[in-house]
Design a protein around this ligand. Structure first.
Ligand code: GLN
Length: 234
């Protein structure tokens, strides 16, 4: 159920509770209490890759229940699904084997939120290059696999996180054989750039990162993403 106001909390009168707009909630920039975060269920696609690190990051962000998802019916009752990094070609094969490709499209169509990181972003992209390969095509970007090249296979840096409606803050970015976003469609917002290149993008209920926010010491991006889910599932 979508609620547009903060539920009355202990010791807070209705006048004091701040009303939140639908856009604020969709974007995840409403301030969400620990209590609200503890009430949500989020899935992590657990076919291959670093799903365990995402589960820990979501728990550290205060998400109430994190479940590993391997089969379509495990998506039932979830507010969102994280699609982790790994090897996108392997993930594509496993998705098709379990019929998870259609299930994820349907999950998104009926209101589910998606967050793809690295290979997860490659799976969500509309177009994939180097080489060209199939994808779910839900996020209007073109990505180039391993776009940062061999000499930069792994590196850590700092970038600016510009989450809509929040003051910009510094955030750690961890790149591991990361894809490069070559094209961003008109409905896609860029939330983090690294050296002028888009590395965290959002289109409606889909968030995609070329880097690995689950490997950073803090988990601000998981917290903001899950905060949006907590707000809509009140
Ligand atoms: N290079 C991998 C691929 O193309 C992605 C790497 C990652 O997810 N860390 O699938």
């Amino acid at each position: 159920m979508v609620s547009t106001s903060v539920p009355e909390t202990r010791g807070e009168s209705q006048n004091q509770s701040r009303r939140r707009s639908a856009t604020e909630i969709e974007r995840g920039n409403a301030d969400v209490s620990d209590h609200e975060m503890s009430g949500i269920r989020v899935g992590v696609l657990a076919l291959q890759g670093d799903f365990a690190a995402h589960a820990l990051a979501l728990e550290a962000a205060g998400v109430g229940e994190v479940v590993e998802v391997r089969r379509p019916r495990q998506l039932d009752g979830l507010a969102g699904l994280v699609m982790p990094g790994g090897e996108s070609t392997t993930l594509l094969r496993l998705l098709a084997l379990e019929r998870m490709d259609d299930a994820i499209r349907e999950f998104h169509a009926r209101g589910g939120h998606l967050f793809g990181t690295c290979a997860g972003l490659i799976l969500l992209a509309k177009e994939v290059e180097a080489p060209s390969q199939a994808s779910l095509g839900l996020l209007d970007v073109t990505v180039q696999r391993n776009g940062f090249g061999r000499q930069r296979e792994s590196f850590v840096d700092q970038s600016k996180l510009e989450w809509p409606g929040r003051p910009a803050e510094s955030t750690e970015v961890v790149f591991i054989r990361a894809p490069r976003i070559l094209r961003v469609g008109p409905g896609v917002d860029v939330l983090v750039r690294w050296k002028d290149e888009p590395v965290l993008v959002q289109q409606g209920r889909i968030l995609g990162a070329t880097f690995h926010p689950e490997l950073s010491s803090g988990v601000p991006i998981h917290r903001l993403w899950a905060g949006g889910l907590a707000a809509v599932s009140l």
